[in-house]
Design a protein around this ligand. Structure first.
Ligand SMILES: NC(=O)c1ccc[n+]([C@@H]2O[C@H](COP(=O)([O-])OP(=O)(O)OC[C@H]3O[C@@H](n4cnc5c(N)ncnc54)[C@H](O)[C@@H]3O)[C@@H](O)[C@H]2O)c1
Length: 310
């Protein structure tokens, strides 16, 4: 497989525009395609915002990259060496679009899915070339979080996996290589394990939501960005971990359902920022300022971590 020069991002909702901006910066010609004109219009703004963030990150720029918007799938896929699928999380829809991809791209083009958890093997079912289908799971916001999970399906070839890894490194991101697929892959499994325990502590009245956030952000959140879990075990001492885990693991939440803190709020339509409030209430000013403030903080932290790699 030769170097990826042209890519097509299919689906330009929350994730597509930022993915396009990252690829463009690395010198890749990108087509952004969506079935919805409205989504494509929003994607123009999303792309500009993402470009602005990447500029502030000062990531290396390779000449030759650009982004074009397409309303015709065949035109978007023409000459693509890599397809990045980012349509809604529905298996039937993924099947439909992957079948279309096969009709329009060369036999050696890589077909990636940004699925958050649908098995790659299932997505590749029925395709003529399942060996070139791979999970490339970006983290939101894609222009800021420099880690992409690479998930092989049962039939994904080593060549495809190597191409995905090569591309991720070329855009200056870290590839997190999974050996096999499991539900939720790795990032979401770890995140949901944290969320489950946090919500159980709130449900049980051990701590209030705001205090919980303070605890995690300034305690393990801050620490884990520098000393990740496996390294932290070595720091703590495996004997210490063993004795604590021996009494603590059996105390941790194993709740298979959803926390009542969440279900009570969703019943009232309090769905979070998109509904103006969820676990917390937000003023209009806060809602207007939060995304830019958080993006600025993430830019600053990422730059610091990049400079200090230990
Ligand atoms: N949002 C996240 O935080 C996040 C993070 C990682 C992975 N993902 C995954 O990425 C994928 C996309 O998620 P999203 O949040 O960007 O979704 P989204 O709903 O915001 O956007 C999906 C877009 O796909 C378009 N679309 C629908 N059918 C299409 C078709 N046939 N062809 C082309 N475009 C079509 C829609 O018009 C929409 O604009 C999902 O698989 C999701 O699980 C999402």
């Amino acid at each position: 497989m030769s170097e990826i020069k042209r890519a097509a991002v299919i689906g330009t909702g929350t994730m597509g525009p930022g993915m396009g901006a990252v690829l463009e910066r690395a010198g890749i010609e990108v087509a952004l395609y969506d079935v919805s004109d409205e989504a494509l219009e929003r994607a123009r703004k999303g792309l500009d915002l993402a470009r602005g963030v990447i500029e502030r990150l000062e990531t290396e720029r390779t000449e030759g990259g650009d982004v074009r918007f397409e309303t015709d799938l065949a035109a978007a896929l023409e000459g693509a060496d890599l397809v990045l699928e980012a349509v809604p999380e529905k298996l039937e829809l993924k099947h439909e679009v992957f079948a279309e991809f096969e009709r329009h791209v060369a036999d050696d083009a890589i077909l990636s899915s940004n699925t958050s958890g649908i098995p790659i093997t299932k997505i590749a079912e029925g395709l003529a070339h399942p060996e070139r289908v791979v999970g490339m799971h970006w983290s939101n916001p894609p222009q800021l979080i420099p880690m992409i999970e690479v998930i092989p399906g049962e039939r994904t070839s080593d060549e495809t996996i190597a191409a995905a890894r090569g591309l991720i490194e070329r855009v200056g991101y870290r590839a997190s290589m999974l050996n096999k697929e499991v539900p939720g892959f790795v990032e979401n499994r770890v995140l949901y394990a944290i969320m489950r325990e946090c919500l159980a502590l709130v449900d049980e009245g051990v701590i209030d939501a705001e205090e919980l956030d303070l605890n995690v952000k300034w305690g393990i959140g801050y620490k884990l960005a520098v000393i990740p879990p496996m390294q932290l075990l070595d720091v703590a001492g495996l004997d210490i971990y063993e004795s604590v885990a021996n009494y603590l693991n059996s105390e941790l939440s194993t709740e298979a359902g959803v926390s009542e803190t969440i279900t009570k709020l969703t019943e009232q339509g309090k769905l979070g920022i998109k509904a103006g409030g969820g676990l917390f209430d937000y003023s209009d000013d806060e809602l207007a300022e939060l995304p830019a403030k958080r993006a600025a903080a993430l830019v600053a932290v990422r730059k610091t971590l990049d400079a200090q790699e230990v």
